[in-house]
Design a protein around this ligand. Sequence first.
Ligand code: FAD
Length: 497
Amino acid sequence: MKYDYVVIGGGVSGITTALILAKHGCRTALVERSKRVAPTVRGFTRRGLFFDTGFHYTGALGVGEPLDIFFRYLGLSDGIETYPFKKEGFDIMCCLDPSFEFHQPYGYESLAGAFHNTFPGDKEAVDDYLGTVRKIYCSLPYVNLDGQAGPEAFSSVHGPSLEEFLGRLTGNSILKCVLSMHCFLYGVSPGETLFAHHACIAGSYYESASGIKGGGQSLAKAFEDALEKAGVSIYCGQGAKNILAAPGGAVNGVALNDGTTLECGGCVSTVHPHMLLEMVPDKLLRPAYVKRLQDLEDTSSACILFAECTRPVERLQGSNLFIFPRPDFSFFHNDLPVEERPLYITAARGSNGSGKHGFIAICPMSNAKTQRWADSVTGRRPVDYKIFKNEMTEKICSHIEASCPEIAGTITAVECATPLTLRDYTGSPYGSIYGVKHRTGQYNPMPVTRLKGLYLAGQAVTAPGIMGAVMSGFIVCENIFGREHLREELKECRPQG
Ligand SMILES: Cc1cc2nc3c(=O)[nH]c(=O)nc-3n(C[C@H](O)[C@H](O)[C@H](O)COP(=O)(O)OP(=O)(O)OC[C@H]3O[C@@H](n4cnc5c(N)ncnc54)[C@H](O)[C@@H]3O)c2cc1C
């Protein structure tokens, strides 16, 4: 059978793209190298306790908000049940020295109120910051369905960095760090990230913060059901090897690693751009474009601890904890000793009802730390890698126990994922948390390429996060069906009342 489109990569962006194409009557195939689709967000269970991996919480999923409308459009809403994070403090920003804690609410009024109370000398700076974030976020093409879409904040590479923008507003270093901690949600330091990009992502969390009952596992199941219902052909367990093109240069097929060829009229790749380069025939992409893709830098990788403990962690009930050692931006560098790095800690929420308790802690780390074992495979890594992993586990546990006294002495079991684990489970070449960076001066690829019939989507193209990945599916498909058409269809999916 000849497909209209083959989508490469069965992550959130690939699934979204495949669903939109199928909804428009296109014969669509989705190719995913892992055994099942959505490996990044699927999570895993250990000793009866479920741990999330690529999805803990998201912005914009409140009723009638953009991600909620996207999910309704994609047919996911019946399969998932959302829950709100604590409105008066969905994220707790915690500085260790000097000791300081800020419970960040969502909703602009509450946000402004909390910032004004805590930083009374910086009211103007706070208002300026929040007003600008809101304006940029609301100008995104699918956020404000009634208004005109503004300039493409996602594709711009010019403008002030977050650090520069905050530096112009205030000299208060704690406030600047608190406002920058959401860098964790896209993996780029305040000095490198464009303020506009920060606004697009942080702005969605300022509207609301939600989780999904059952975590990423439920999201993955809802995606699988929607794909089946939409009639998308799924090829899992073998990667795409080559994108094939006719002599004239238009895409006409995708060859899989097992030798199968899927004939098609077009292809949407959602994989890391470096992996795309390995699939496209030589000379079909211009050398300058190839160089541009080769030069793209990745976001940081991480060591992630999945811990079981004897009791729930009080501060993680409805909130996430962001820990930063000092009120300066130096802690965003990965070469620091573990105890000086920032931490993101969230509850293992899938444990509801099981009587078990746990948490997940993400500590940024360069993938260079595990590079010398890059050729080894899971389950058969050498002894010195295991020693490294044990050392990291101990150091991060000590850092967590020193930073969060309520956790000290409660951990009963712990597993650690290194940059290599991340690489192998997310199918990304370097194990970076969010794939390619979006940073000042770096030109990330656009959805349309010069190779006829080849389109690109995914976190490298639009933005990371569930919202960014879903939106990338819409942004690539607007090049096929038209933006206004998709916006009109989305309007039909808004909840009544
Ligand atoms: C530890 C962690 C925590 C996170 N927490 C959150 C969170 O709380 N909230 C949030 O919104 N976001 C979070 N994210 C980010 C979010 O998960 C990602 O931004 C999003 O899932 C990216 O989706 P994607 O489809 O663009 O990329 P991917 O999920 O990377 O999808 C690409 C897919 O392509 C597949 N692939 C690779 N090569 C091939 C090939 N040759 N052939 C076929 N398939 C191939 C890969 O296996 C992969 O499934 C987190 C990410 C990580 C890693």
